[in-house]
Design a protein. Structure first.
Length: 333
């Protein structure tokens, strides 16, 4: 007697045992959290650009209040705290959503990392205030912000319809060489952002007061700590520009538009970033170009990271989870 094999409906399979399926609302919420993180980066940049880091000298309250009068530097510092609280709440919701619905273990771990990164970021921000803006803690706070932003962008990327479809398609072939090159470019941009944070929080933004030369020369005639940091940041900008050009030329030769798009965007961002860096020096660290310089650096970092993940896909560990025997996965919406 032949036994007929039965196939379970997708609804009968626990979420963690299904293959990854596109869930539009989870993807949209991940995008919203990433967008909120952009607003948080701008708010944090405004705090430093306006010198408002100690406008509220206590933490976690503000002058012993939950909502102090929003005047002067308090507007920037307390406003930054309010945006950070909103991002923290949204990231916590996102983490629980991923815990309940995400079948890919690596992606769930990314959601956990994003949430605990936001928590650590809040603690570092409080320590920065309580210790009166020590350079080491301030730089760590700035760099962790970039890491958390990249984690949130990754969560939005891996929940997208295109990413999930490519992960489940055998026709998608990874470009490992481009992926490794873009990953190296991402690391280089992160080092550059670290140097920028060190220069910004160390008060070296005008250690070299002219541009494009340095005291009228290609190389500064003498080096202090501030001049060395500032000059290293300029050399890093040249290296990043050349790296992005190399990555973009290689990516645009590929037949995949999902690689060419981020590559073109990276080219535009690096040109804009250099222009904003020059404006920051020539305007003596005016608030708008200085804050925009920070934001565009973060966008460049995330763009190269997206390019690296897409190029390596589906070889990355974010590939689809296996489905239980006899079960069927939900289709793409």
């Amino acid at each position: 007697m032949q036994v007929k094999e039965q196939t379970l409906p997708a609804s009968a399979v626990p979420a963690r045992e299904r293959a990854a399926a596109f869930e539009p609302w989870r993807h949209r919420f991940a995008l919203a959290v990433a967008a909120a993180a952009v607003a948080l980066l701008v708010a944090g940049g405004l705090v430093t650009s306006t010198g408002s880091g100690l406008a509220v000298p206590d933490w976690p309250l503000s002058f012993g209040q939950v909502f102090p009068p929003m005047v002067g530097g308090v507007l920037y510092e307390h406003g930054h705290r309010l945006v950070a609280s909103a991002v923290g709440l949204m990231t916590m919701i996102l983490m629980f959503w991923f815990r309940a619905r995400e079948p890919r273990p690596a992606v769930r771990r990314l959601a956990y990392a994003a949430f605990f990164g936001v928590v650590a970021q809040g603690i570092l921000g409080g320590v920065t205030v309580l210790l009166r803006l020590p350079i080491a803690v301030s730089v760590a706070h700035a760099c962790l912000a970039q890491v958390v932003f990249c984690l949130l962008v990754t969560l939005a990327l891996v929940t997208s319809r295109r990413f999930i479809a490519a992960s489940q398609s055998r026709s998608t072939r990874p470009d490992r060489r481009l992926g490794r090159l873009a990953a190296a470019g991402t690391c280089l941009v992160f080092v550059q952002l670290f140097l920028g944070a060190l220069m910004r929080h160390g008060g070296a933004g005008l250690a070299i007061p002219d541009f494009p030369l340095a005291f009228g020369r290609l190389v500064p005639p003498q080096f202090t700590t501030g001049v060395a940091i500032h000059f290293a940041h300029r050399v890093g900008a040249l290296m990043v520009s050349l790296m992005v050009l190399w990555i973009a030329l290689r990516a645009m030769r590929q037949p995949r538009p999902d690689l060419a798009g981020p590559a073109r965007l990276a080219l535009v961002l690096v040109l804009l970033q250099v222009a904003l860096g020059a404006m920051a020096v020539l305007t003596r660290l005016a608030v708008i170009p200085t804050t925009a310089h920070l934001l565009v650096g973060a966008l460049l970092l995330a763009t190269l990271m997206v390019l690296a993940v897409r190029a390596l896909q589906p070889a990355v560990a974010l590939a689809r989870a296996t489905v239980g025997v006899g079960a069927t996965a939900e289709g793409l919406i």
